[in-house]
Design a protein around this ligand. Structure first.
Ligand SMILES: Cc1cc2nc3c(=O)[nH]c(=O)nc-3n(C[C@H](O)[C@H](O)[C@H](O)COP(=O)(O)OP(=O)(O)OC[C@H]3O[C@@H](n4cnc5c(N)ncnc54)[C@H](O)[C@@H]3O)c2cc1C
Length: 294
């Protein structure tokens, strides 16, 4: 399962007690999910972070300037300190008969297996850019470009939170306050929050750098690895395509129920394709919804 999806399922009532769970991928979400699972009785069989220790050490120093994040990190560490935590390690595959029984991991020098019941896998977080793209907002390096009052390149459209950089709840809240105050004509009050926002934006930039995906991950997919789950499109089927658009036309990749929300970012990483196309309705809608009369 996706690491965030696993967290959501457990919050929704899935019982993880006694299950041996491996968390693998990248980003602080792995730790947060591991801590949550451990506190409700799961056995965290290992946390495997693909980023190397050299990058994480630099990032850990950044936390000194963010006491709230440091405390949050400390809480996660206390709850997961008994679980193996390995950096510079990535998952190669998962196997089992009918369900996951074992995962294979690699650290660049050696490859080994770990027995488990469940696997939570996640490679950091990507913003959901459909709405701003549909509105025509300019994006730079995968995020919506905003000015210091959170205005986008489109008049009267502001943007906050994950769309402007992955930085967690605190950043999203401050940006929301700035946009709200500005929209209410209280620009001076909004500007007072700008230094706090800048500090949190720096944190977001460092987070992006520290957990950048290593190039080895591009070589993990096999010819029969399913890249687009909705339309069952394999890695080999995509190899002859030159762009996201061509892939859609030739293979139906990204044309199923999720509309590229999952495979779009995967193909961006695997093939360097840009997935800029957004069409309404953003989410699949039932005919009955569309048929509602005003
Ligand atoms: C699994 C997971 C765990 C996390 N854990 C932590 C944590 O422990 N600590 C932390 O600081 N941060 C955590 N984060 C990050 C945190 O959730 C975000 O930083 C924060 O929620 C960002 O706020 P936001 O307003 O940008 O986005 P969101 O909170 O995602 O809000 C966006 C809203 O827009 C709505 N929306 C989207 N598209 C449409 C549409 N087309 N039409 C109508 N509505 C739409 C969504 O339904 C959603 O309600 C976690 C994120 C994930 C995914």
């Amino acid at each position: 399962m996706g690491a965030g999806g696993l967290q959501a399922l457990v919050k929704g009532g899935l019982d993880p007690r006694g299950k041996r769970i491996v968390l693998a991928g990248s980003g602080p979400l792995l730790l947060a999910v591991a801590a949550g699972l451990a506190s409700v009785g799961a056995v965290v069989a290992g946390i495997y972070e693909q980023a190397p220790i050299s990058k994480l050490a630099g990032f850990a120093l950044t936390l000194l300037a963010h006491p709230a994040k440091l405390v949050e990190g400390g809480r996660y560490w206390l709850k997961t300190m008994h679980a193996p935590y390995r950096t510079g390690t990535w998952i190669v595959h998962a196997e089992g008969r009918g369900r996951v029984e074992r995962v294979t991991l690699r650290d660049g020098r050696k490859t080994w297996g770990v027995e488990c019941d469940w696997l939570g896998c996640g490679f950091h977080i990507v913003p959901n850019l459909e709405l701003p793209r549909l509105l025509g907002c300019r994006t730079v390096a995968g995020y919506v470009e905003v000015d210091r009052l959170q205005n986008t390149s489109v008049a009267r459209v502001a943007c906050v939170g994950e769309l402007t950089g992955i930085g967690g709840l605190e950043k999203a809240l401050v940006e929301g306050q700035i946009a709200g105050l500005s929209a209410a004509g209280r620009e001076r009050d909004a500007l007072r929050l700008v230094p706090q926002r800048q500090r949190l934006q720096q944190f977001a930039h460092r987070l992006d750098r520290a957990f950048a995906l290593r190039s080895e991950l591009r070589t993990l997919a096999q010819a029969n690895t399913v890249v687009c789950r909705c339309e069952d499109v394999t890695h080999s089927a995509l190899q002859g395509c030159a762009s996201w658009r061509q892939a859609k036309l030739h293979t139906r990749c990204g044309m199923g129920a999720c509309q590229g929300r999952v495979c779009g970012s995967a193909t961006e990483f695997l093939f360097d394709w840009e997935n800029q196309n957004t069409r309404p309705p953003i989410f699949p809608a039932a005919v009955s919804t569309l048929a509602i009369k005003p």
